[in-house]
Write a protein that binds this ligand. Sequence first.
Ligand SMILES: NC(=O)C1=CN([C@@H]2O[C@H](COP(=O)(O)OP(=O)(O)OC[C@H]3O[C@@H](n4cnc5c(N)ncnc54)[C@H](OP(=O)(O)O)[C@@H]3O)[C@@H](O)[C@H]2O)C=CC1
Ligand SMILES: O=C(CO)COP(=O)(O)O
Length: 335
Amino acid sequence: MGAIRTIGVIGGGAWGTALALTAARSGSDVRLWARDPGIVSDIRSRRQNSRYLPGITFDEDLNATTSLEDVAGADALLLVTPAQTTRAMLAALKKTGRAQGPVVLCAKGIEQTSGKLLSKVLSEELPGAEAAVLSGPSFADDVARGLPTAVTVAASSAKTALSLCESMQSPCFRPYASIDILGAQIGGALKNVLAIACGAVVGRKLGASAQAALTARGFAELSRLGTAMGAQSETLTGLSGLGDLVLTCSSSQSRNFSFGLRLGEGFMASELISAGGKLAEGAYSARVAVKLGQKHDIDVPICETVARMIDEDLSIDDALNTLMARPLKPESEVV
Ligand SMILES: NC(=O)C1=CN([C@@H]2O[C@H](COP(=O)(O)OP(=O)(O)OC[C@H]3O[C@@H](n4cnc5c(N)ncnc54)[C@H](OP(=O)(O)O)[C@@H]3O)[C@@H](O)[C@H]2O)C=CC1
Ligand SMILES: O=C(CO)COP(=O)(O)O
């Protein structure tokens, strides 16, 4: 893989726009695809994405388009639409016949219908395309504003990971290269589920001690399942695992945490979901995480409880009782 000069970003939401800005700041030639002509025109004429990044005017002139053909032939593609749209977007990309470079998966989720990681979906829809993953503690708003951020960029080969890092890095954005695409995906998907649990604890005003306990026990779940699925422990304790878990479990800037906050305040998941609102990927990943736990014989009680809050409208008080009533057990396998 040679130097990456052109980057195509697919997805005109908060994260797609923030990553397009990041690549532009790095000096890469960027094209941003959004399906909504209104967003494209907002970006081109006002240097804003006022729907998804309100209040931010960009210094950079982004080349936005509604034509997938215009972005598909770039040296590398960042796929930044919600996880459940990945397969359809890849099929649309394939149709252009132009995709050639690595595809960087930036969504944090697992395909709900199949339980497959997005790299597997990529290998099925665009066989031959090199998979990469960008993940880590990084709110789109912070990144778009140029606040300092560090992420993991994993690819199947170290060479590709390093080339991608070079094409994205800037004084305010520091990517770390990795070859663990599995671990980077698992951390990003599971932390969203665990953040819903933490938000619920805060919404119910259960205290900072409970929030810290849940974050630590959540990390134990993420580590156990991640390890069983083949992730490297350094990835799980790194930016895309523990780093993102800590961020998302502690900030109401997170949409997953905020979704949980509302559950803790007494709203039912079915009410929140039918009202629409901001994307909370964890709501789609919770049940899938439980199924993966069963498949790998790993206990994931917090994910299970979040899945029940979402699928069965289990209340926060019943959720808490379920978790606290579990039989005592050693904190780790070494006891
Ligand atoms: N926001 C953040 O801070 C971060 C987000 N991520 C991850 O990035 C992914 C995207 O999140 P984010 O950008 O924030 O989400 P947003 O809700 O801000 O934007 C979603 C974007 O995807 C588009 N979209 C939705 N459905 C489809 C579809 N079927 N086909 C094509 N485009 C579609 C939307 O288009 P339209 O407006 O037309 O509906 C919109 O442009 C998520 O997996 C998230 O977890 C990762 C790190 C940080
Ligand atoms: O992944 C994120 C930060 O790293 C964004 O989290 P939310 O999707 O919960 O807003």
